[in-house]
Write a protein that binds this ligand. Structure first.
Ligand code: PLP
Length: 394
């Protein structure tokens, strides 16, 4: 017997463990100081009332013989897929029902989708990046190459025709940099992928933060994407479902290559390894698309956006360069005074008792950068911004 030796190649992720360690060490040494956390990417507001009502209603459905549900469809219930379809239609994207697959979140499907791709593919991932793309490919023994996301290109790398990538990851708005591709920039990637016979795995987990019309909310707003892209989206950040778990994956029917059809393969894969998202959760997710649900989640999103604006305005006041803050819950800032990421972490923690995330933890190009998030409470965000300004103005 042999274990999967590729696990030896996966780097230990020390990032959040190290953040927690250093924070705890500081807390123990300074028990009287109040530490404010702007590091996590998790939401803090509770689920919308309309979602809660739908969840309760669905629990009651399970208690009655006539409305009880056993195994559901692998692809999700039609009531939710219809709502997702309508949502895409409102963004100018026409989908067939068979192209919509309900998932238990973007993370699972971002990993699971690799089942339909051959091992010998070359995988192109931006650096810095959400670590899941790299780790899932390395677990499967695939070669990963990097597209540099730097200050110079606004953390939005463009395709390089000299490089032959097969599987390309794009996350927009991006975690960690908060940068988001315009439709014109994304068109360049779609053209590249179609020219190379490559596929784009498009992570739209933060699309709900987009307000600027020039930015893409979905890769399928771009002509030609239906023959080269798969999209992953989630209710996690849109509607606070990080703990409730629901998302969706769009696999176009015309994404074909060498006689294989991605949509058919994905359905086959799901039918084999997945028994669907709980009915109760899907009912809660469907409520997000109701008129009331939309107005409630817009309020929550506006709350996080105000936090992002507070942090961004503060960076403007301090003359610190950053990306994100608009169209994104993340503010990715250049550490002032030549600080390295972890040095700046320690400086902020000891000088202002504010915790953020060192950019170096997201990849080589993250060194010298720092991520703050807008998912905290307004009170914490205001206080943290006040303290950061006081410290850095000195
Ligand atoms: N994609 C990105 C870029 C993320 O930052 C996250 C979570 O933070 C996810 C996907 C995971 O989303 P989900 O909760 O739907 O699994």
């Amino acid at each position: 017997m042999k274990f999967n030796y590729n696990f030896k190649n996966i780097k230990e992720s020390y990032l959040f463990a190290e953040v927690a360690n250093r924070t705890e060490t500081y807390r123990k040494a300074n028990p009287d100081k109040k530490i404010l956390k702007l590091g996590i990417g998790d939401v803090t507001l509770p689920l919308a009332p309309s979602v809660i009502e739908a969840l309760h209603g669905a629990v009651d459905d399970m208690s009655r013989q006539q409305t009880f549900k056993g195994y559901g469809p692998y692809e999700g219930y039609d009531f939710l897929r219809e709502s997702i379809r309508e949502y895409y239609r409102s963004n100018g994207v026409e989908l067939a029902m068979e192209e919509i697959f309900v998932s238990d979140g973007a993370k699972s499907d971002l990993g699971n989708i690799l089942d339909i791709f051959a091992k010998e593919n070359t995988v192109l991932v931006p650096d810095p990046v959400y670590p899941v793309y790299v780790d899932t490919n390395e677990m499967a023994g695939r070669k990963v190459i990097y597209a540099d996301a730097t200050d110079e290109n606004g953390f939005l790398p463009a395709p390089d025709y000299k490089i032959d990538a097969d599987v390309i990851y794009i996350c927009s708005p991006n975690n960690p940099t908060g940068a988001a591709y315009t439709k014109a920039q994304l068109k360049e990637w779609v053209d590249y992928a179609n020219a190379k016979g490559a596929v784009i795995l498009y992570d739209a987990a933060y699309e709900c933060f987009i307000t600027d019309e020039n930015l893409a909310r979905s890769v399928f707003q771009i002509d030609g994407a239906e023959t080269c892209a798969i999209e992953f989206c989630s209710f996690s950040k849109t509607a606070g479902f990080t703990g409730t778990r629901c998302g969706y994956t769009i696999v176009p029917k015309c994404l074909e290559h060498e006689g294989f059809n991605a949509n058919k393969m994905w359905l086959r894969r799901q039918a084999t390894k997945f028994n669907g998202v709980p009915y109760i959760v899907q009912k809660g997710a469907a409520a997000v698309f109701s008129e009331r649900g939309q107005s409630e989640i817009r309020k929550n999103l506006a709350y996080y956006k105000r936090n992002a604006e507070l942090i961004a305005n503060s960076m403007d006041t301090l003359g610190i360069r950053y990306t994100g803050g608009k169209n994104s819950p993340y503010i990715w800032l250049k550490c002032p005074d030549g600080f390295k990421s972890w040095e700046f972490f320690d400086y902020l923690l000891s000088g202002a008792q504010v915790v953020g995330t060192p950019g170096a933890g997201f990849g080589r190009n993250g060194e010298g950068f720092f991520r703050l998030t807008a998912f905290g409470s307004e009170e914490t965000t205001r206080e943290a911004v006040f303290r950061i300004e006081n410290l850095l103005k000195k």
